[in-house]
Design a protein around this ligand. Structure first.
Ligand SMILES: [Fe+2]
Ligand SMILES: [Fe+2]
Length: 248
């Protein structure tokens, strides 16, 4: 028995659970399944994830300006396939079927990648959001999630870093830099919208069970604070954080 205090319903649940833990409450299990199946896009069992990964792979290989960049793109895609398998296994480990078609709701994944600048921004800003998923999962009360979090985080760190290196290379030419700046107005709001609505009703239940420790708004603020210095290193002007957002 935990606690015995009157604050039990409010305090974050400190209890952690292993796979197949017979004491795992059903609400906890179903919140986790919902998180992995509906909210997290990486899942090899979802044909929509394969389709989007195919688009990223195709654009990366088609537009990479040289062989070294192609290698980096191929490595990123290999890691994303690995993430998709890890998540599929986690879903199955919770007794749910990972092989389900799930619509991918974040519109950033539906923005067409039309040239190398789009590919570079996609990695720099959209893969970067994955870092903050890692930050959340490191503290998760579900042990298998906690165990895989550091490797997901370091992979996503490589993806965002690769994106910024691609951008730096493009920015060496003045016309490249102007195009990179212009395209930031498309990708910055899409990245910020990835964190979901600030008033999302889902978050408190996840926080209560210790599955998540931050709200959408908190993670978005952390992202903004840490991404802006990277943009400044490229000598870019950062758009207004509220401009062109689809929701706040
Ligand atoms: Fe990933
Ligand atoms: Fe990634």
């Amino acid at each position: 028995m935990m606690g015995g205090h009157h604050t039990d319903n409010l305090a974050p649940n400190a209890q952690t659970y292993k796979q197949n833990d017979p004491n795992m409450p059903e609400e906890f299990r179903s919140l986790l399944v919902n998180l992995l199946l509906n909210q997290h896009l990486e899942n090899n069992g979802n044909p929509e994830y394969r389709r989007i990964l195919g688009n990223i792979a195709a654009a990366g290989l088609k537009f990479a300006p040289h062989g070294r960049a192609m290698e980096i793109e191929a490595e990123i895609v290999r890691q994303e396939v690995h993430h998709g398998q890890i998540v599929a296994d986690l879903i199955a480990g919770l007794g749910a079927d990972p092989n389900q078609r799930m619509e991918i709701k974040q519109y950033a994944f539906h923005i067409p990648l039309e040239d190398w600048i789009d590919v570079a921004w996609f990695h720099a800003l959209i893969d970067r959001v994955g870092l903050y998923v890692g930050v959340e999962w490191v503290g998760s009360s579900y042990e298998p999630l906690r165990e895989i979090a550091p490797s997901l985080e370091s992979d996503e760190e490589f993806h965002t870093r690769a994106g910024f290196l691609h951008l730096k290379e493009i920015c060496r030419a003045p016309e490249g830099k102007a195009a990179v700046q212009k395209r930031l107005h498309k990708w910055w709001p899409a990245a910020l919208d990835m964190f979901g609505r600030s008033d999302s009703k889902n978050s408190p239940a996840y926080v209560k069970w210790g599955i998540k420790s931050h709200t959408n708004a908190e993670l978005r603020q952390k992202y903004i604070a840490e991404a802006i210095p990277e943009l400044k290193k490229l000598d870019l002007e950062v758009p207004d954080n509220n401009a062109n957002r689809r929701f706040l």
